[in-house]
Design a protein around this ligand. Structure first.
Ligand code: SF4
Length: 112
């Protein structure tokens, strides 16, 4: 007997299973990364690099800065790696955590 029709149900199942096998470790890595970042000290706004980028813990304090965009903060910045945490990682300040409500002049919108 010749099967002209592909076994789409089986193929769909295998594709879902493979996606799950890949997605679970990635989610675990991202969670571990966020947890590791949370252990780092809070960024001191008087730190030289923080000052150079006008970092503040509260974006409201930066609202008069010419580069500030209404609604921008660390939690919606492309550099934020903190997930839902109040204090989380930022790719610009890898030795510290920044506040999710913070802001600096390196802010760029996160897509999606
Ligand atoms: Fe916050 Fe983004 Fe600046 Fe990092 S780069 S401190 S996440 S605004």
């Amino acid at each position: 007997m010749i099967h002209d029709k592909p076994d789409t149900g089986r193929r769909h199942f295998l594709r879902g299973a493979i996606t799950g096998v890949i997605a679970v470790p990635i989610a675990g890595l991202l969670g571990a990364r966020a947890a590791a970042a949370a252990d780092k000290p809070h960024l001191d706004p008087t730190n030289a690099q923080a000052k150079a980028l006008n970092y503040v813990h509260d974006a409201g304090q930066a609202s008069d800065h010419p580069a500030f965009k209404e609604g921008s903060n660390c939690a919606n910045c492309i550099q934020w790696t903190g997930g839902d945490a109040e204090w989380g990682g930022c790719n610009i300040f890898p030795a510290n955590t920044v506040n999710r409500n913070g802001w600096c002049t390196a802010w760029a919108p996160r897509s999606g």
